[in-house]
Design a protein around this ligand. Structure first.
Ligand SMILES: [Zn+2]
Length: 416
């Protein structure tokens, strides 16, 4: 076998890059640009990076000799000639993406291009604590590696998305409301006990979804956008200048606790009228129960009478679809509140795209239309001139796709 690692050495930098492979600066820039834009010709690389053709030719040769890139035939023909493109060599390395929710975990094994080879999803309960849950993640990973027949030593990186606030550099959760036993638990070290050669990167779930859309979805090539997850809670992943923006301590985008109504209900965070307490999936579920029990909504009452234990946001969606007035009002109120909070975000941040994902994104188009109206009615015309607001097309796949992208993102570090 070629000595593919000859140009690389182990990184000595911060814990985040523990085990990352060091690349010289110019080679690193080529790899980072191709992560953002996909396969490119040498001419395109030269143009984007401001290097001469001769420099690009040299860099490409080093990266091809190192096994990182390969040459492929382009699909578009210009004047009958198909341009040669540079793409990632899928077999250079393999990575693992882990999307952990409160009640389930989704693990994917992908090649170096980011294409999923195999994926496994199963129920878990994060309240069981880090040890048993991460033991399952490790066992699933070993199983996927075995079933794919991939050499374990070539699985170089793991990205893990968790449903709580993350201290990104240290890879630990910080005061996670729904994961109490996980407070500052050393996730990275736990994984590295079994996979000592792996880079392990931990991030919160919504940053992960934003990264999924940025690297492999409709966010590709979009410099400034936000991904809003409306599920049990409400949070946002922020992309600035083509990168995830995490803020100074990793809590950027935690929009769920912006006040929507000073006379609103008490939120689990202790404050009054947070958007999360008024418009999230759990808020909709609670309002649906009240509407059913008080007899205001005949269709929701019918669902409850048919043996459903707990109404959910999806029930509100189907009741609205069946013409239930109260369910429609609940959706309109929730969408309007979210739209108004997002209008503030839009005026402040001026994104060109807002993607809505999470469980509540499944309740129908009315919800999206109301959010759009809420944003447009409260934002400045200049900030909405080129603004698109859509459901995340990747939907439930955004998490695992983003986790794979995160694993690939930190596989390399600039050689110092
Ligand atoms: Zn709150």
């Amino acid at each position: 076998m070629r000595s593919q690692f000859s140009l690389l050495q182990q990184s000595q930098q911060s814990a985040l890059y523990h085990n990352s492979l060091a690349l010289p600066r110019h080679e690193y820039r080529v790899v980072a640009l191709m992560r953002a834009l996909g396969a490119l010709s040498r001419g395109e690389l030269a143009q984007h990076l401001g290097y001469s053709r001769a420099t690009i030719t040299g860099l490409a040769k080093t990266l091809i000799d190192g096994g990182i890139l390969q040459e492929i035939a382009g699909t578009q023909s210009t004047g009958g000639r198909r341009p040669r493109l540079l793409d990632f060599n899928p077999q250079f390395a393999y990575v693992v993406g882990v999307d952990m929710g409160a009640t389930s975990v989704d693990v994917g094994l992908a090649d170096f291009r980011g294409d999923l080879l195999l994926r496994h999803q199963e129920p878990i309960d994060v309240r069981d604590g880090p040890e048993p849950v991460l033991d399952r993640v490790i066992a699933i990973t070993q199983d996927l590696i075995g079933r794919c027949g991939v050499e374990p030593a070539r699985v170089l990186s793991m990205g893990i998305g968790v449903p709580g606030p993350v201290d990104f550099v240290n890879g630990v959760l910080s005061v996670p409301p729904i994961m109490p036993g996980w407070e500052r638990y050393p996730i990275r070290q736990k994984i590295q006990q079994t996979f000592p050669h792996m880079t392990v990167v931990v991030d919160n779930d919504v940053n992960m979804m934003a990264l999924g859309e940025l690297r492999a979805g409709v966010g590709r090539g979009v410099d400034n956008f936000i991904y809003v997850k409306v599920g049990t809670g409400i949070g946002a992943g922020i992309v600035v200048g083509g990168e995830i923006y995490r803020g100074s301590t990793g809590s950027a985008g935690d929009i769920g606790h912006i006040q929507a109504d000073r006379n609103g209900p008490v939120c689990h965070c202790g404050n009054i009228g947070c958007i999360e307490a008024m418009a999230s999936g759990s808020a909709l579920a609670r309002q649906a129960m009240q509407a059913a029990q008080s007899g205001r909504s005949p269709i929701l009452a019918q669902y409850l009478a048919s043996g459903v234990q707990q109404l959910t946001a999806e029930h509100v969606g189907s009741a609205a679809h069946a013409g239930d007035k109260v369910a429609m009002e609940l959706i309109m109120t929730s969408g309007t509140l979210i739209g108004e909070v997002l209008a503030g975000v839009v005026n402040f941040f001026n994104p060109s795209l807002i993607l809505i994902g999470g469980g509540v994104a499944n309740i129908g188009t009315q919800f999206l239309a109301t959010i759009r109206r809420g944003v447009l009615s409260r934002s400045l015309p200049l900030s909405t001139q080129h603004l698109r607001i859509d459901y995340s097309p990747m939907g439930e796949d955004a998490g695992v796709t983003g986790a794979v992208a995160l694993a690939l993102e930190y596989l390399f570090v600039i050689k110092s």
